[in-house]
Design a protein around this ligand. Sequence first.
Ligand code: F0G
Length: 353
Amino acid sequence: THQWRGVIEEFRGRLDIPDGTPTVTLREGGTPLVESGWLSELLGADVWLKVEGDNPTGSFKDRGMTVALSVAVGQGAEAVVCASTGNTSASMAAYAARARVKPLVLVPQGKIATGKLAQALIHGAQVIMVRGNFDDCLTISRGLAEHYPVALVNSVNPMRLQGQKTASFEVVDFLGDAPDVHVLPTGNAGNISAYWLGYTEALADGSATKAPVMRGWQAWGAAPLVDGAPVKNPETLASAIRIGNPASWTLAVRAAEESGGTFRKVTDDQILAAQRSLASRDGVFVEPASAAGVAGLLLEREEGADLRGRTVVVTVTGHGLKDVDTALATFTDIVDTVVDVDVEAAARAAGLE
Ligand code: F0G
């Protein structure tokens, strides 16, 4: 029986990576497109969720990390470094463990979700907390990679985008063509750039007949691509996309422009509402940042956008279990129901009698 081999083995011929690159993989990618019944009904469209939380470490970062780590190891790296709002560091730490290289992680102090921190630590990363935000962490990571023998695996490393573009190939394979619209949350802007690279390659090699309109959604307090200027002190509870100066700015703007798309922003409340709807209506639990695209679709629907008859893919980027604190915090109004060991008491408490 066939088992999915991971993005390098599945797509090697379509990856622009050095010959003879070894394969460091957790069999990432091959994630499902899950139809969203309520969104399809609401919009009169075919709405598909690309569920990237199903990757080995629970986010889309694994697609890029298998390639970045494989190439780094092939080039003799003994240590790797990244700045992160959490998911990149979790992924890098896991792949570094497999590759037997030393992972060094810089994260904004107090601003990454507990699950992600646990992942980095248990995979053996050295975690350095920075008194600053993600953008400051990236500045330090670049500096370390420049002056010390550590390879930088943030998405400024083009190997990351090579891996992440495979998500577009999978969408095209599954749907038989590119969708009309592709929606996704945007922070450091590597992913939207990678998707666009994948879609334009699929168009060029004939596997797709069109390329989608790309729409990147940012959080209100961290929306440099919408506002058109870096944000000095980005703030949002969607900590994964709490970024003020995206590294892939130019590539991302080009992706939006060439595709006829735009960057827009949603509030934290809209993000949380979308997160809860995805979980309670589709059975798909994503972290807050991952719900920004769905929040955006809902906002556009309220504004009267007409997507009837269109095929829409929404990337939901990371698993909800990474950040249970934020999920639980939305239920402060619901008091725990405690009963004695008694069927009737439980039935009363449940409103069954
Ligand atoms: N969604 C999640 C869950 C993320 O972790 C990130 C980025 C994004 C969306 C945005 O993707 O940066 O390519 O535009 N997380 C990075 C990290 C910054 O360090 O884990 P992007």
